[in-house]
Design a protein around this ligand. Structure first.
Ligand code: G6P
Ligand code: ZN
Length: 543
């Protein structure tokens, strides 16, 4: 077995976005594309010599092939041990947990999260650091720098490793352990939650549907919900990970998980509906006849977390991304604990969790998690809901209604305008940015502006500053509009418009969401001139 040093030249555009490097699969399959990025990552973390890593992915097309390349490159870069999920499968939260459990140096996750998979769809690589969390911005900047100067990569020459067999092999001085992807994660969940209470809930006739969307959570959900907690066989649907996710879009929201939504709004709805995304870090929660927005889910989980064993002693703080609604801030205030507002991207929660400042974190983009790992965790959120439902013995709709009676309701929706030409999207953002200094006091479509700024974040732990994190406009009466460009798309630009309207405990908490947001939507159209600049006002996706 030999290791070789292969000459290469920089490839443009290998800048990690909100969540790793994400490109069309064919781009990743191009000459040296994956190799350059992996070598740049090793170079950025100091070489990889003596390192120990976790490697796995969401099972999408090119997953297994990419893993073989990474194994050979890890060996050539001097790694001593790599743990891989059987058949290349590991969910994002499972990777985070395995890094922490084994005190490894990091992990490579092959996924483009909720983006479709296949040779003509998307692929991605994320590197997680030794705390189990996504590489922080200072590291992704170093990786990007390394991609711009790369002149060689190191790769060992050995036969492809059999990923279908659990067991241990040694190649080019590196131990490769193929493990069951579910075991360690399931043990962690059993440690965290009151499995007896949840088992009793299912035994009492509680019904559920979990839609794994042909993605990575299938085996996890089947083992835990059906195998251990006694949910009826067939509770988990679309439970076998497929390379193209059954040609679907594995994104758990009312649009892409429409079959689940339809069921939950029908007369045959089970008590709880849930779904998770490509790599298992996102979640969607639906009660019988009622969709729980991710922002509300974070708030409800925070208000009830003390009912589940790990959070009985209380929460240190609650963190949310800036575009997420203020619902969880209201819970933090009532609990007398800190509320943090971070830029979009789970990596920003890492420092707060490591420093013990926050216990629960969440994002409007269907991500919720806690200090048990350093990623958002889809199945964890579902299990926390189940634990709460088991203790409160109420329906999701009752819990939500009581929550709004106590805290008021933050009506919330996100409008996405996808595949907008980048120059037009930038023009819209520039046009808004130019107006910000003079907006306060102005009236837009009947709403008076109280605040207008561009969000920048000062990390309270390491003092780093992240600028240009979204344009936000606050209005009298508790409405807010936020404009941001997505950092996860692979085609043109996606403009995200986040709309919010608070209605206090003395107000109406039973309105239709879109009706409650009509005024702030009109104001957002007016101030952005989107009809003129991008030529459309109908969003592709409304969450
Ligand atoms: C990924 C990240 C999240 C982020 C989401 C949306 O799922 O892990 O932290 O909120 O993408 O990001 P975007 O930049 O597309 O709005
Ligand atoms: Zn994901």
């Amino acid at each position: 077995m030999t290791s070789q040093i292969t000459p290469t030249t920089p490839i443009e555009g290998q800048m990690p976005g909100t969540s790793g490097l994400r490109k069309k699969t064919r781009v990743f399959m191009g000459p040296n594309y994956l190799e350059n990025f992996i070598q740049a990552t090793f170079d950025a973390i100091g070489g990889g010599d003596g390192g120990r890593y976790i490697v796995g992915g969401d099972g999408r097309f090119f997953n297994k092939q990419a893993i073989q390349t990474i194994l050979k490159m890890a060996a050539a870069n001097g790694a001593t041990e790599v743990i891989v999920g059987q058949n290349g499968i590991l969910s994002t939260p499972a990777v985070s947990h395995l890094i922490r459990l084994n005190a490894f140096d990091g992990g490579f996750i092959l996924s483009a999260s909720h983006n479709p998979g296949g040779i003509d769809e998307d692929f991605g690589v994320k590197f997680n650091a030794s705390n189990g969390g996504p590489a922080p911005e200072k590291l992704t900047a170093r990786i990007f720098d390394a991609t711009k100067t790369i002149s060689r990569y190191k790769i060992a020459d050995f036969e492809d490793v059999d990923l279908s067999q659990i067991g241990e092999t040694r190649q080019a001085g590196m131990v490769i352990r193929v493990v069951d992807p579910v075991d360690a994660y399931q043990a962690l969940m059993a440690e965290l939650f009151d499995f007896d209470a949840i088992r009793a809930l299912f035994a009492s006739g509680f019904t559920m549907r979990f839609d794994a969307m042909h993605a990575v959570t299938g085996p996890y959900a089947k083992a835990i919900l059906e195998g251990t907690l006694g949910a009826a066989p067939g509770t988990v649907v679309n439970g076998i990970p497929l390379e193209d996710f059954g040609k679907g879009h594995p994104d758990p929201n009312p649009i892409w998980a429409k079959p689940l939504m339809d069921l939950m709004m029908s007369d045959n709805a089970p008590d709880l509906g849930a779904a998770s995304d490509g790599d298992g870090d996102r979640n969607m929660i639906v009660g019988r006849g009622v969709y729980v927005t991710p922002s509300d889910s974070l708030a409800v989980l925070a208000a009830n977390a003390h009912l589940a064993p790990p959070y009985r002693g209380g929460l240190a703080g609650i963190a949310r991304s800036m575009p997420t609604s203020a619902a969880s801030d209201r819970v933090a205030e009532k609990l007398g604990i800190a509320a943090y507002e971070t830029p979009t991207g789970w990596k920003f929660f890492g420092n707060l969790l490591d420093a013990g400042k926050a216990t629960l974190c969440g994002e409007e983009s269907a991500g919720t998690g806690s200090n048990h790992v350093r990623e958002k965790d889809g199945l964890w959120a579902v299990l926390l809901w189940l634990n709460i439902l088991a203790v409160r013995k109420q329906s999701v709709a009752e819990i939500l209604a009581e929550h709004w009676q106590t805290y008021g309701r933050d009506y919330y929706s996100r409008y996405d305008f996808e595949a907008v030409a980048s120059d037009k999207a930038n023009r819209l953002m520039d046009h808004l940015r130019d107006q910000l200094p003079d907006l306060a006091g102005k009236t837009l479509a009947g709403l008076t502006v109280t605040t207008a700024d561009e969000f920048s974040y000062l990390d309270p732990v390491d003092g780093s500053i992240s600028k240009n994190q979204g344009l936000r406009i606050g209005f009298e009466g508790g409405a807010r509009a936020v404009f941001r460009l997505s950092g996860t798309g692979t085609e043109g630009a996606t403009i995200r418009l986040y709309l919010e309207q608070y209605s206090g405990t003395d107000g109406d908490t039973t309105q239709d969401t879109q009706a409650a947001l009509a005024d702030v939507w009109a104001a957002a159209q007016q101030v952005s001139d989107m009809a003129q600049i991008i030529g459309r006002t109908t969003p592709d996706v409304i969450t």
